[in-house]
Design a protein around this ligand. Structure first.
Ligand SMILES: *Cc1c(COP(=O)(O)O)cnc(C)c1O
Length: 230
């Protein structure tokens, strides 16, 4: 059942790529498994899926312990500095970097494990007060300051669009983040290249792909609705 859902999402990603003249191999599908049991992840793992997104460190730790070690775990939720140490050894990518202090902590913890951690800068494109992320205008200055950390590699940008009834209303958010990545790449800050755009969730990933997303984060459409009273 979960595998069917996953395949449906993949097909929709392929269609969105065709509509926009893109190669579907440019788009990675993260299955967002927060609040869902390890057995659900195992089901998709056995079907060959490897990229999973989680939001909560305690939950991520338990699942990492319980599941095969070749799963690529992505941290997509807000990350507190004192929790970085728990995931630094194995995390594939941190999508939610929103402060220099957090980058400094990632630098320290990554160095302890002698590895470079790929990260994305979370951008609050729609300037929602309730959301984490750096303001759009502040991203270039932030990148200049963030370039100095050898164990942190900034690979791109991440955003979450506002929850709206019609996902078309959020198209501008994705287009704006894509434009920002193009602008940054043309200015060539310290050889940083914004090659990853993490954008698009269950309700809007097709539009995000049409607008250039390279990583979509899909939970509900794969695993069903979440129940937070675990
Ligand atoms: C939960 C979550 C998702 C997945 O949302 P769905 O609407 O269930 O697809 C994606 N990105 C982030 C940052 C999330 O917290």
């Amino acid at each position: 059942m979960l595998q069917e859902n996953l395949n449906q999402v993949k097909e929709k990603i392929c269609s969105a790529c065709e509509r926009s003249g893109r190669n579907s191999e440019e788009v990675t599908l993260l299955a967002v498994s927060k609040t869902k049991p390890a057995s659900d992840i195992r089901e998709l793992y056995d079907a060959g899926h490897r990229d999973f997104g989680e939001n909560y460190i305690q939950e991520l730790r338990e699942k990492h312990e319980a599941l095969p070690k070749d799963i690529r775990w992505h941290m997509i939720g807000h990350l507190q500095r004192n929790k970085v140490k728990y995931i630094a050894e194995y995390i594939t990518m941190i999508h939610s970097v929103d402060s220099l202090e957090l980058i400094q902590t990632i630098e320290k913890e990554a160095a302890k494990h002698d590895r470079v951690i790929p990260v994305l800068i979370e951008v609050n494109v729609a300037e929602e007060e309730s959301k984490f992320g750096i303001r759009y205008e502040e991203v270039p200055a932030f990148l200049e300051a963030a370039a100095a950390y050898p164990h942190v590699r900034i690979e791109g940008l991440m955003t979450s669009a506002p929850l709206v009834g019609d996902a078309e209303e959020d198209r501008w958010v994705f287009r704006k983040l894509k434009q920002l990545s193009v602008d940054i790449n043309s200015k060539n800050y310290n050889n940083m290249k914004m090659s990853v755009l993490s954008m698009g969730m269950s309700n809007d990933y097709e539009i995000a792909v049409e607008e250039g997303s390279t990583m979509v984060r899909v939970g509900t459409s794969i695993f069903g609705h979440r129940n937070y009273q675990r």
